[in-house]
Design a protein around this ligand. Structure first.
Ligand code: C2E
Ligand code: MG
Ligand code: MG
Length: 617
């Protein structure tokens, strides 16, 4: 509690005032002359605890005003009250006006007034104290805040740095990230423009990296990526950049190459990088990678364009088993343009009736007689000549036009077979290739049914066989099963084409209504030379026998191959040995000649004019 100092040289006044205020609970200090008062003030432990001073004006050694001025030097906050006679009024008022006093009271003064004034003075003092305290707290809080915000700033700066590092550098390998590579390429482009130089951007994809992760574990996978990154960094000059784009994809930015300077030297170094194995712990691992190369300014003017073109070139290299790198500009641009042109040409071809169906006979191995035909699609291109499916089938599939083309083939085949049937007089077998896209379309069964109805194909005389490849079973098995079952119910037979080259499980052979297996040409080629090929064909024929499936060999070109097939109990074959695919007209004549020829002696009847119009590729 703050104290009240009372100064009066009149002992009775001093005593009675002291008594009065003590009685009202004040902490009173009493001084009978100014010196004593100053002494008491000086001896206070806490000068701020002096709240109010009441002083008499007239005192022998010092006036009340002088004393209060003195006290103010020590305790400026204390509220000072002067007790004075009326005669001193002018002097006192001046002192009040100067701001040196809080109040003055004239004698005689009632106790009530005195008490009230002192009480008010304490209130003012206390609230000033509180204010000061609050201000002090505020000041402290400000100091703390300032230091906190400094710390915060430092932390933000640190985190920003960390964040920048995380964004701009790959955590695992420490190489620049895709973001930094974009930035650096942008800078390199600006400087290449100024100095009329070119930039080489190389996109690198490690092959089969997921297999390494799966088989050797992620730890080794990560170590391998780091080792690869280190080799890349060692390969480039200072000022060039090697970065990790994501996963097993990296990129190089080689700036300041002079225009026309060949990238061969760099590519040789890149290829050399993979010739040595990577030693990861106990393991020695060889890596395979593909590179795609794009140049500034030829192949793009922005970082995005250059990096994505280099990536496209890398994907092209991946597709080509004979190349591990590709230049973007050299052929990919052309290829993608060609693809675009092909897409529009093929649409027109369908409308202009440029497609044809050729037929290849299917022969009974024992009798050597034609038992049927396989329909094979051709495109009579106005400029490029007769094209085989390898040239355009993918475009038909990519554009979805395969459904339209496939429907046309079905109608065309059914129509021709009905005509031939009437002429040869015996039953025929006709096989049509079907793309997965056709089979998966909901209306496929209806299209087949319509083709049969329109052509009046008699399924009791003609076997209609649809050839599908094993890869169809990688997709929705249930849907395929439904489609095939409903086709079977119509009396249609199903063959698995190119058998042995797909990746699916063989269990489908039991679950699905399949009648024929067509052994792929790749096994036939080697059958006379390789024991393994022979063993595979033997395994296929015995599997077929036990599942009561018939086997057709594709691509028989020599008598030896045919003989080998005979010994392996293969019942039917196709191949250039007997006939290449021929036009519908030529096929008709071949069928008529074949039906007249009596080859019961087992001697093979061959197509005399065994040629298909030259393909222009
Ligand atoms: P595929 O169904 O396996 O047809 C057999 C391919 O082997 C045909 O090629 C044929 O000309 C060729 N070939 C036959 N015998 C021999 C031989 O002794 N030696 C050699 N080297 N080749 C032989 P083509 O006509 O180029 O057809 C390729 C593939 O295109 C076909 O393979 C088939 O999968 C597909 N295809 C053909 N026509 C159609 C069609 O109308 N629709 C669909 N979706 N695909 C078709
Ligand atoms: Mg086929
Ligand atoms: Mg085939």
């Amino acid at each position: 509690m703050p104290s009240l100092l009372i100064v009066d040289d009149e002992p009775s006044v001093l005593t009675s005032l002291t008594f009065l205020f003590k009685r009202h609970g004040y902490d009173v200090l009493a001084a009978e002359h100014p010196e004593k008062a100053l002494e008491q003030v000086a001896s206070l432990r806490d000068i701020g605890s002096l709240g109010v001073v009441i002083s008499d004006y007239r005192m022998p050694t010092m006036s009340g005003i002088e004393l209060l001025h003195e006290i103010a030097k020590f305790a400026p906050e204390a509220k000072r009250i002067l007790l004075t006679a009326k005669s001193d009024l002018v002097t006192v008022m001046d002192a009040v006006n100067e701001g040196g006093l809080y109040r003055f009271l004239t004698k005689p003064c009632s106790y009530e007034l005195l008490l009230r004034t002192v009480e008010e003075a304490f209130l003012v003092f206390n609230s000033a104290q509180e204010n000061r305290q609050l201000n002090e707290e505020l000041r402290q809080a400000n100091i703390q805040l300032r230091s906190l915000s400094k710390k915060l700033e430092a932390r933000v700066e640190h985190t920003t740095k960390e964040l920048r590092a995380a964004i701009y550098f790959d955590r695992l390998t420490g190489l620049p990230s895709i973001e930094l590579m974009h930035d650096r390429l942008a800078v390199a482009i600006q400087s290449a423009i100024r100095s009329a130089q070119t930039i080489t951007v190389i996109y690198i994809g490690i092959e089969n990296f997921s297999l390494i992760n799966e088989n050797l574990g992620h730890k080794i996978g990560n170590d391998l990526l780091c080792a690869f990154a280190a080799r890349l960094e060692a390969l480039i000059w200072e000022g060039d950049s090697a970065g990790r784009m994501h996963g097993d994809r990296f990129a190089l930015i080689i700036s300041n190459t002079a225009p026309g300077e060949p990238a061969n030297e760099l590519i040789t170094r890149l290829l050399g990088l993979l010739q040595q194995p990577f030693q990861i712990g106990e393991q020695q691992i060889y890596l395979d990678a593909n590179f795609g190369i794009a140049f500034f300014p030829e192949d793009g003017s922005s970082p995005q364009a250059l990096l994505s073109h280099a990536e496209v070139a890398m994907h092209q290299a991946r597709k080509d088993p004979d190349a591990s790198y590709r230049f973007y500009s050299e052929d990919i641009n052309r290829q993608s343009n060609e693809r675009f042109i092909l897409h529009s040409q093929i649409r027109a071809a369908l409308e202009n009736g440029e497609f044809k169906v050729h037929y290849q006979p299917r022969i009974n191995v024992i009798t050597g007689k034609i038992i049927g035909v396989e329909a094979l699609l051709r495109w009579q291109h106005p400029e490029r000549g007769l094209l085989p499916p390898a040239e355009f089938l993918y475009a038909l599939e990519e554009t979805g036009l395969i459904r339209q083309a496939g429907e046309w083939v079905l109608n065309e085949v059914c129509k021709s077979v009905v005509e031939w049937q009437a002429e040869v007089g015996h039953s025929l077998h006709v096989a049509v290739n079907v793309s997965p896209i056709q089979l998966k379309a909901g209306d496929f069964r209806d299209l087949v049914e319509k083709a049969i109805e329109h052509s009046k194909l008699d399924l009791s005389k003609t076997t209609l066989e649809l050839e599908i490849t094993e890869n169809i079973f990688l997709s929705d098995m249930e849907q395929v099963r439904e489609q095939l079952n409903s086709l079977r119910q119509m009396g249609i037979k199903i063959a698995i084409d190119d058998f042995g080259t797909g990746y699916s499980s063989l269990s489908y052979l039991i679950k699905l209504p399949i009648h024929y297996l067509k052994i792929d040409r790749t096994f036939v080629i080697d059958i006379t030379k390789s024991r393994d090929a022979k063993a595979i064909v033997r395994a296929i024929t015995s599997l077929a026998q036990s599942l009561r499936l018939q086997v057709v060999a594709e691509g028989i070109e020599t008598e030896d191959q045919l003989e080998a097939m005979r010994t392996l109990d293969c019942e039917e074959f196709q191949g250039f040995l007997f006939s290449r695919p021929v036009s519908a007209d030529a096929m008709r004549q071949l069928l008529i000649a074949n039906s007249r020829n009596d080859s019961s002696n087992g001697k093979l009847f061959k197509n005399q004019d065994n040629s298909e119009e030259q393909f222009y590729v």
